[in-house]
Design a protein around this ligand. Structure first.
Ligand code: AMP
Length: 226
């Protein structure tokens, strides 16, 4: 990308079914674009680890594969988007997940005078998602994510960063995964039509390997920005 083009802040939404690799691609885009990364899933898991008054209710909701109420996640985003670090751009990873959340975001960006640059939609068939989720392990200390076959830690079962024993996310258990896929189809998939009608949708094939998906996103974002 030429220097003159790099100046405009990128404000992105990244969405798709559970296990498609949104978090991995969001992390890579953050490095590539130098923008801030806002993951509602990470914020909720941090809140559960911190053990506040509603931590047990939140954990039960996540472990069951359900969505938390719109107002709760919206408040996480509203608090962050107006912070100085987000003015050079941001990636919203896992938000919005419902049409109501998308409308809240649209009102917010309108009020801030900074419309979204693109909504990146990554998709893959259920069997690919289920295989990816089954092998996923996370570090309970730092939240870093691994895959037993595709992105294993250097030392089996241990986090590369802090050596903590890796765990399976509660909502990566098979029963919760089925529910997350159902909830995704019912509540989140309609975002495809929402962002298509706003003419900011960028569609990505999520079956390829991580590097190929990253290249695909970079190319399509560049073409979209022209
Ligand atoms: P993620 O890490 O994005 O897969 O999110 C993990 C879980 O956090 C989801 O399955 C939901 O239970 C909850 N969550 C994250 N983002 C949202 C959101 N925007 N709306 C409602 N629930 C959310």
């Amino acid at each position: 990308m030429a220097d003159s083009e790099a100046a405009a802040p990128m404000r992105l939404v990244i969405f798709g079914p559970p296990g498609v690799g949104k978090g991995t691609q969001a992390t890579r885009l953050v490095e590539r674009l130098g923008v801030c990364h806002l993951s509602t899933g990470d914020a909720l898991r941090d809140a559960i680890r911190a053990g506040g008054a509603n931590a047990a209710d939140l954990k039960a909701c996540l472990d069951a594969g359900q969505l938390v109420p719109d107002e709760l996640v919206a408040s996480i985003i509203v608090d962050r988007l107006d912070q100085p670090d987000c003015r050079r751009g941001y990636i919203l990873d896992g938000f919005p997940r419902t049409i109501g959340q998308a409308e809240t975001l649209e009102n917010l960006t309108r009020a801030l005078g900074s419309a979204l640059s693109a909504a990146v939609f990554i998709d893959a068939p259920d069997e690919v998602l289920i295989e990816r989720i089954a092998g996923r392990r996370i570090c309970p200390e730092c939240g870093r994510s691994y895959h037993m076959s595709f992105a294993p830690p250097a030392s089996p079962g241990k986090c590369d960063a802090d050596g903590a024993a890796l765990e399976q996310r509660g909502d990566d258990e098979p029963g919760a995964v089925r529910e997350r896929l159902r909830v995704y189809g019912e509540r989140t998939a309609p975002l495809l039509g929402f962002y298509r009608s706003r003419e900011i949708l960028v569609e990505i094939d999520g079956v390829a390997d991580v590097d190929a998906i990253e290249r695909q996103i970079a190319e399509l974002l560049e073409a979209h920005a022209r």
